[in-house]
Write a protein that binds this ligand. Structure first.
Ligand code: SF4
Length: 205
């Protein structure tokens, strides 16, 4: 079963890579460069090369080359990262943001495939993905993502309303399972103990 699901995910990844190429082609970038712009959006302080490589699952030399290409185009600028003057982060420029705006949203084939599922299957798939991504984080295979389940503003099952049981303390509003975020710009990572406690409640709910 595990192997067959992996095979299925790899087929979906092929379609998603094709989506990425189509979207990148329209911007004159390659998919890795466009992914870097996507990653930097909403991260005002930017990210260092090591973090960018870890997020995208590429080598540091590949990330370095891609950042340099984006810098030459004026889509990314390097800025000092905190008190260590030698540490620099890559940050999105106004020009880089314009490229992102022009590149999306797209009617990707992957999203079309999801849209063909009934609503309850979409919700179950979203939940399964949240759990898988969280497990990958626990294995240190990917960095902590900007998901609700790792956010300090997340209060799982804080309400009796089955349609909207969770609470976001950032916007101070309830929300449902189908609104769980995978990449939220307002996310702030909770402490390890808060994440573990929140995850326990989320799973039991
Ligand atoms: S701030 Fe974003 S990630 Fe955090 S709980 Fe609210 S919606 Fe979820």
């Amino acid at each position: 079963m595990h192997h067959r699901i992996r095979e299925g995910l790899s087929r979906i990844a092929v379609a998603m890579r094709s989506d990425d190429w189509n979207r990148a082609k329209a911007t004159g970038l390659n998919p890795t460069q466009l992914s870097i712009l996507d990653l930097l959006e909403g991260r005002e302080a930017g990210l260092g090369v090591k973090d960018i490589a870890f997020h995208l699952g590429v080598s540091q030399p590949t990330a370095t080359d891609s950042i340099a290409a984006l810098e030459r185009k004026g889509y990314v600028a390097k800025r000092s990262a905190g008190s260590d003057r030698r540490a620099v982060n890559a940050c999105l420029t106004t020009e880089g943001r314009s490229v992102l705006d022009a590149s999306g949203p797209t009617d990707s084939v992957a999203e079309q495939a999801v849209a063909a599922l009934p609503g309850y299957e979409q919700e179950n798939l979203l939940l399964a993905l949240v759990k898988m991504i969280r497990q990958l984080q626990e294995l240190d295979a990917i960095p902590i993502q900007r998901m609700c389940v790792s956010c300090r503003y997340f209060a799982p099952f804080a309400h009796p309303d089955a349609a909207r049981p969770h609470h976001c303390n950032f916007v101070d509003a309830p929300f449902g399972q189908r609104d769980l975020r995978i990449d939220c710009g307002d996310h702030e990572t909770a402490s390890p103990s808060s994440r573990a406690a929140s995850w326990d409640i989320f799973q039991q709910g």
